[in-house]
Design a binder for this molecule. Structure first.
Ligand SMILES: [Zn+2]
Length: 111
């Protein structure tokens, strides 16, 4: 649960945190050896739709457009107000308007 939230909320910040974490010494030049950090975000496999979503996580998720709760329908989380379909990829809900299917797209994609 905590790990999921970290993935969702701190994808960028985690890299910085990780970088700073290695220090702890008298050597102040530690930062210079990790100049290529941040390039390691390549996913080994293309994300697949579906997967298990934590019920607690589901309960706190909301449509980014109108802040309304979403309900699960198959591999998507559907906003009850605007009917946008947010994909679930390997158990991670992608709550991005750009990634969501519009009601029209969803009608043909899930028919
Ligand atoms: Zn909505």
């Amino acid at each position: 649960m905590k790990r999921l939230l970290l993935l969702l909320l701190a994808a960028g910040g985690a890299a910085l945190w990780w970088k700073n974490r290695g220090g702890g010494g008298s050597d102040e030049s530690a930062w210079s050896q990790s100049e290529s950090a941040g390039a390691g975000d390549v996913a080994p496999d293309p994300p697949k739709l579906g997967g298990d979503v934590d019920a607690e996580l589901l309960a706190i998720l909301a449509c980014p457009l109108d802040k309304q709760p979403v309900t699960r329908q198959g591999n998507y989380l559907v906003c009850q107000v605007c009917q946008r379909h947010y994909p679930i990829r390997e158990g991670i809900p992608v709550m991005l308007i750009d990634e969501a299917l519009t009601p029209e797209q969803a009608a043909s994609a899930t028919a």
